[in-house]
Design a protein around this ligand. Sequence first.
Ligand code: DI6
Ligand code: FE
Length: 408
Amino acid sequence: MNHYTQVWLDINIATMNKAPQGTEQEAYGAIRDGAIAVTDGKISWVGPRKELPEFDILATPVVKGNGAWVTPGLIDCHTHLVFGGSRAQEFEKRLQGVSYEEISRQGGGIVSTVNETRKADEETLFVAAKDRLNALMAEGVTTVEIKSGYGLDTETEVKMLKVARLLGEHHPATVKTTFLGAHALPPEFKGNADGYIDLVCNEMLPAVHEQGLADAVDAFCEGIGFSLEQTKRVFDKAVELGLPVKLHAEQLSNLGGSELVAKYKGLSSDHLEYVDEAGIKAMKEAGTVAVLLPGAFYFLRETQLPPIDLLNKHQVPIAIATDTNPGSSPLCSILLMLNMACTLFRMPPEQALEGVTRNAALALGLDDRGVLKAGNRADFVLWDVSHPAELAYQFGVNKVKEIVIGGR
Ligand code: DI6
Ligand code: FE
């Protein structure tokens, strides 16, 4: 007889586990009237109820889902959710007609959040970030990536990443951290971007790495960010330290960032409104995931859509994330992102859901989650919906019924 820690019955399962090409399978990798068995925090069995191997029904806790749909725990693979202050007044300015880039050039934008983040102590940052993480988790997020990048000096970058690590320790969700020292030019380096990149490579990144604070390295490759050459220097240092890279690329213009990050076998290239076919082909070859951020597209009122058809044509895996940050995406709702991926980017709900599960795991280099299959972490969500497309269809109504993280 099999020993399970807990069993879930009377559920429908969107496993998001794609069957090999050519096999017949329902969309969403769906299993109707399914069962999930968990042993010691991992999924030990998932499949149709009637095929569930026999187990000790008296000794095993059984949860009945009442026909709920189960999805993998959702994964938000791109956030900046640790930061100080608010940019509501900049929002007012933008509504009066000043552009995001103009505000940035005037010394506002990212730099104003940098000033607030430098002033804030760890506890203040922690409390504010915890609220945001709670909001994400309330909608089924069980793994989240958090970037630094509002410190832009060694002390504050380290402080941000420590707060992110602390969140991971004190919160049930898994937190992966990313060092984004090359996010913007701090005022003290005005006119000396290369000098700042020296500091990032020679001091910040080594300090962060020595303290084990970063799982990956990111940069903002853009006219208002850093050049291709400067980004390359950051990536070379990351490679030297054995850290994987990813990139904010092609958000407002095309500098060829996607090709660069692909050259480094990067985990992901993020934003991508302006990516071209050469960039997409390079990503496909390198296995670099396309992370699309519909919240930033919406909030900045962008009109250039990311080239979904081209990404699909070349079969680049697409992930969807919130980009939670105070400037371009001040929101903490993964379900709203699902909806926007469909309404703004015209993605089918199944592909949007794949973007916050299976492909988001890929974008973080995690191979133990994102699909429901034996051996994976028991991170999953029971939803009070009649079909998985409802997750993307409706918003403002939270249909979470139960969240299971590591089997609990
Ligand atoms: N692109 C973004 O969308 C965020 N960072 C980046 O490089 C915006 C950050 C901000 O405006 O505070
Ligand atoms: Fe971002």
